[in-house]
Design a protein around this ligand. Sequence first.
Ligand SMILES: [Zn+2]
Length: 269
Amino acid sequence: MYKCKEQLGCSGRNITPYSKDGELKFELCKDCGIIWRTNDSAHITKPYEEDYFISKKYLKKRRHKVEKSGWLIDIGRLNHPDISSVLEIGCSIGYTLEAAKKRNIGHLGIDISNYAVDFCNSLGLNASFTTLGKLKQDGQKFDLIFMQHVLEHFEDPFSTLKECHSLLNNKGRMVILVPNANYKRANKFRSKHRFYSMKGVGSEHFAYFSYANLPKVLEVSGFKTIQQNYPVFIDKYDSPKFFVNRFFRHSLAYINSDQELFVVAEKVG
Ligand SMILES: [Zn+2]
C-alpha cells in the first residue's frame, strides 16, 4: 500500500496503472495525484558509483553549475538573514557545497556514493558518507537543507522529510527540487520517457509529485511551503542573469514544460 494512504488520507482504492516498462511499473493515486513506483518493482535498483556520475555528464560545466546552485541558496535564504549552515542530502559532486562555501555559509554534504563523497573531499569540501539517522544521533542541526532531485529516490518520502524536520533549527528551511509529474512529455510518453523507463531514471525513482500535492506532503511532515516555483521578483541577491534564469523557469510551468518542481518550505513547530 502506498504511503499516501496513511499520511494524506487517500482511500487506497483510487489507484490506476500509469506506466509499464518491462518489470518497472508506476501507478497513479487519483486521490492525491502522486505517481508511485509499484511495490512489486521496488526491488529494481541502480548503483550510484563512478559510472553513474560519468554517464550523467555531471563533471562538465562545473563553474556554471556552482553559480546556479548558488542562486538556489539565495532564493532559500531570502528574508532569513540568520542562515549560516547548509546540509545537502545527496550532495553529488558538490556544486551546492562549493556555492555555500563561497558565501561563507557552513556546509555539509552527505551522499550514498563513495565516489561523490571522495570527489567533494578532494576539492576541500565537507562531505560525508553518513545517514540522516546518524546526524540526528550526533545532535547536529542546520538552518537550510537542500534536496535536489533526491526526495524521489526515497521509498518513503514522508519519513525522510520528518527526519529533515528534526535536523533543522527553528524556522529552518528546505529547498527541494523534484521531477514534475505533470511534465508534458513525460505524461504523454510514459514508459517511453526517461522518467518512467528502465533506460532512463525510472528505476531510481519511487514517487513523482506535482505542485498540487507536494505542499500537502510537506505540510503533513511539519513544513509550510513559502515558495512554489521560481520567484520572478526578489529584493536581494539579484543580477540580470539570475533574473532571466528565474523568469524563464517560472514561465515554463504555465505550459507544463517544466521538468522539475522547485519549492522552499519552512519548518513549523
Ligand atoms: Zn494518494
